[in-house]
Design a protein around this ligand. Sequence first.
Ligand code: IMP
Length: 427
Amino acid sequence: MPAIVIVGAQWGDEGKGKATDHLGSEVDYVVKFNGGNNAGHTVVIGEEKYALHLLPSGILTPGTTPVIGNGVVVDIDVLFHEIEGLESRGIDTSRLKLSANAHVIADYNRTLDKVAERFLGSRKIGTTGRGIGPTYADKMNRIGIRVQDLFDEKILRAKVEGALELKGQVLTKIYNRRAPEVEQTVEELLAHADRLAPYVCDTGLLLGQALDRDEVVLLEAGQATLLDVDHGTYPFVTSSSATSGGACTGSGIPPTRIDQVIAIAKAYTTRVGEGPFPTELEDENGEFLRKAGWEYGTTTGRPRRCGWFDTVITRYANRVNGVTDFVLTKLDTLTGLERLPVCVAYDVNGVRHDEMPVNQTDFHHATPIYEYLPGWTEDISGARDFSELPKAAKEYVEFAEEQSGARISVIGVGPEREQAIVRHPLR
Ligand code: IMP
């Protein structure tokens, strides 16, 4: 039966965790299929606030099985740190399943991520420094370490040796760092094997069988469309497939089983790290959005870059992901702004672009073409029905919907789970 994909429509931090959690009690499995602990979901339940980086947000919903798929890169220390943190607050994590084929972030890849960024200087990507890129590079280079390798010491040692033959040289000769010892790396990785074993399985098989039993599987993307390694603003992207297609390769579920794609878009736009951002605001409006929306990274604490809503991007996200429903989050953040510019196209050297420019240089030179909508001053955080929104807020949502090309089914009006307006139930 149904597999549902949730993706970010912009550059991440759109509030996917909240949307996933919203669906939580209706789904049997929540699967993380890409990325690693570069992600950051904040989920607020009652008085409690949970910041998750690696664990799928379904871990908070009793009865839901959280799954870390083969497309994820796993920092095992972080995994146990999060498990322990939740257990200490009384959350049962024993249902977690981890793919035997997921790749493991070795210590040398965390080091390489950080030193490579320093080495790049002004060309840096602004990565989270968690070793994500180098670990995916190893996967593609076929020198990666997988979860299953931790259960065969001989194979693990051979693989670490193979990886360090190359990476040790890179660390010492290019970056002037000490290369780690093979034995030390092997020991560090083996230290966790026994504890990890109960979680590890063939998650593709598990999910296929669940779908055969008509159970609901929710596939939750890390990062977002414009950070996707293929479809994002390359090279200022993450190293994994964060769009709906990645949900298949990263989980082992075939495309024919996916029948709903929910994209989360913030009512304005944010980005962390480097890279082009046409509607970015470096004035008091940007500061307003950052303060009102509390736009600071969950993973790194970095202040997020803020800008107006960009429908060229949401239209693109619709096309790339095959969006069936948008969830528009943080509409309440815009309350109090007199006039709301919405980007509908770009001007690139005098030429109008209604769609994403195909080449990177054009996107760097894109100037937004805005339509201006009236703002509202009424507090909307208590609205639970679309009819309760002020006229200007309704018009804003309807305009965003028309320009983005798929229905806006849910609107977020505050951080709590209940602070949402459901126009079309997601299930
Ligand atoms: P990496 O994923 O650490 O390699 O970083 C690559 C780029 O993706 C950087 O610009 C990061 O700031 C960005 N990035 C990675 N994860 C997230 C996320 O969860 N939200 C927003 N940006 C992210």
